[in-house]
Design a protein around this ligand. Structure first.
Ligand code: CA
Length: 176
């Protein structure tokens, strides 16, 4: 009840714990905690570590209906966990692992872990054209322009938040 969670908060602000609960409701079969942390990390926080409903809706609309450039920037920010302008293999593995955890563990943990690792190994080298072990936003842009479908698979938030916006957030947008 992502909409209610925001509405029940008198200031219209949500902290990381509330944000994690929102994600958990959409992925009850898995553990969305870590992925929610990375998504939360992409938002501007106030000094209490809270984000506003407006910022949240802004990101939502960027991810679901933004231009390719806007989606690129959002996805890059999601994977560039420490915000230094580069995505390392470790960062990518952390985020991909979080996505696997969110989707649920249908296999033994060790199989799960190695498949996330294999996935990252394969993708990372495709994107890291100059083989320096870090992905720049230009390398990500070049890769995304070669295969537009990866934008969707990399983002995941598209699915999560588009669903939530359709079912719950949309009514609040039409209010004057
Ligand atoms: Ca980084």
């Amino acid at each position: 009840m992502f909409y209610c969670t925001f509405q029940e908060c008198p200031t219209g602000l949500v902290d990381e714990d509330a944000f994690k609960q929102i994600f958990s409701q959409f992925f009850p079969q898995g553990d969305a905690t870590q992925y929610a942390h990375y998504v939360f990390n992409t938002f501007k926080h106030n000094h209490h570590g809270q984000i506003s409903f407006e910022d949240f809706l802004g990101a939502l609309s960027t991810v679901s209906r933004g231009t390719t450039q806007e989606k690129l920037q959002w996805i890059f920010g999601l994977y560039d966990v420490n915000h230094d302008g580069l995505i390392t293999k470790a960062e990518m593995l952390d985020v991909v692992t979080a996505i696997y955890e969110m989707l649920g563990r249908y296999t033994e943990p060790q199989v799960e872990d190695s498949s996330a690792k294999d996935h990252v190994e394969k993708i990372f080298h495709l994107i890291d054209k100059n083989k320096d072990g870090a992905i720049t936003i230009d390398e990500l842009a070049a890769w995304m322009s070669r295969d537009a479908t990866v934008v969707e698979s990399l983002g995941m938030m598209d699915t999560v938040l588009y669903t939530s916006s359709e079912s719950r957030a949309r009514p609040s947008l039409s209010q004057p």
